[in-house]
Design a protein around this ligand. Structure first.
Ligand SMILES: [Zn+2]
Length: 358
């Protein structure tokens, strides 16, 4: 078509800030409510970032006459949602427009549309940047995991007067949306930490349910007093749930192996005549039970690895004290268990591997 449209259709709207009068291309994109959003942009910018746009916006020799025109420049119709395209163009014109707050549980939801377009149009620098941001929220090493968990334990509401701002749950990453975006856009490095965190939650700890609830006693109990966490369970697929179940079973088996490894006793025990080995087995049993109740062996093992040496503690909880050697041996093995577990966490949940090193 060589005809030039002089005025937009009544359902078509020129974008307020992304209709540049000196732009050399116009792009139409559908608005969900009907009609189109019209963008007027600079070809150079799009072609610079995207080989796909470069192809789309390059007219074959002699084809200019055939091109649809709008407001004096060539026009292109895309099927991408206008709001996603607006977001993409915003970020291409101004990279600081990419919304990102560290550890924000809304990040995977907010960036999904723009990540989809960055992937579709091969805008690799933007895709890389979004992936890096997502990855910062989901540790790939045990040290990073422990650091993040330390922040969570130490967290207190930044604004206790604001009832919507006193949930820990609203201040740290949510696992199901991370798993969903990771699967959809092939970002496997998010999965291990997200699945481990998910394995600590029950299906009652549901993001939407908590936010639909009135401020009931139960709600306060779970979310405020217990600094509860939740997941957007509805975003998970069948395969994700199978990985989760497999992971939970495997964690249980790993804990059993750990417990059984103490059956042979400690050759360096300094109190061989006493009941040291039996006491150690009792302590390990108790730690395993606490790990299963908390559904968080990484945290439980870390906590028990920090307490004063058994036999040197004034704490009556450790009245069943054991010799220094047995205590040190047990703590060393708890530390090794954590490292081994993290190194094998992709296998635990049957996930694609992508990460290394701790
Ligand atoms: Zn001993």
């Amino acid at each position: 078509m060589s005809s030039e449209t002089e005025a937009p259709d009544h359902e078509d709207i020129r974008h307020e800030s992304l209709y540049h009068s000196d732009g050399d291309w116009v792009i139409f994109a559908p608005i969900s409510a009907g009609g189109h959003m019209i963008f007027r942009v600079h070809k150079f910018l799009l072609c610079h970032h995207s080989p796909i746009f470069s192809d789309l916006l390059t007219l074959p020799q002699g084809a200019e006459e055939m091109r649809e025109m709008y407001d004096g420049v060539p026009a292109l119709h895309l099927t991408d949602p206008a709001k996603d395209l607006a977001f993409l163009l915003d970020v291409l014109y101004d990279p600081s427009a990419l919304p990102y707050e560290a550890l924000d549980p809304y990040t995977p939801i907010l960036v999904r549309g723009i990540l989809s377009l960055a992937t579709k149009y091969f805008i690799s620098s933007l895709r890389r940047r979004i992936v890096q941001q997502l990855q910062k929220d989901w540790p790939t090493t045990l040290n990073e995991w422990d650091t993040l968990e330390g922040h969570i334990v130490a967290w207190s509401p930044p604004d206790p007067e604001n009832p919507m701002n006193i949930w820990l749950d609203g201040s740290f990453p949510e696992p199901a949306s991370a798993i969903s975006i990771s699967r959809r856009f092939d970002i496997p490095q998010l999965l291990p930490a997200a699945f481990y965190h998910l394995s600590r939650l029950t299906v009652e700890q549901d993001w939407d349910h908590y936010r639909d609830s009135d401020f009931t006693d139960q709600f306060y109990h779970d979310m405020i007093e217990h600094k509860g966490r939740s997941a957007r369970w509805r975003l998970l697929g069948r395969d994700d749930l199978i990985c989760l179940l497999k992971g939970k079973d495997t964690i249980k088996k790993h804990l059993e192996v750990f417990e059984n490894s103490f059956s042979s006793g400690n050759k360096r025990c300094r109190e061989k005549d006493s009941d040291c080995s039996n006491k150690i087995r009792g302590i390990v049993k108790r730690i395993i039970r606490i790990s299963e109740e908390s559904r968080d062996p990484l945290a439980t093992f870390k906590e028990y690895g920090k307490i004063p040496e058994f036999g040197h503690s004034e704490d009556p909880e450790y009245e069943d004290q054991v010799c220094f050697s047995c205590s040190r041996n047990m703590k060393r093995r708890m530390g090794e268990w954590r490292c081994d577990f993290w190194d094998n966490i992709s296998d635990v949940f049957n996930l694609p591997t992508s990460r290394k090193a701790r």
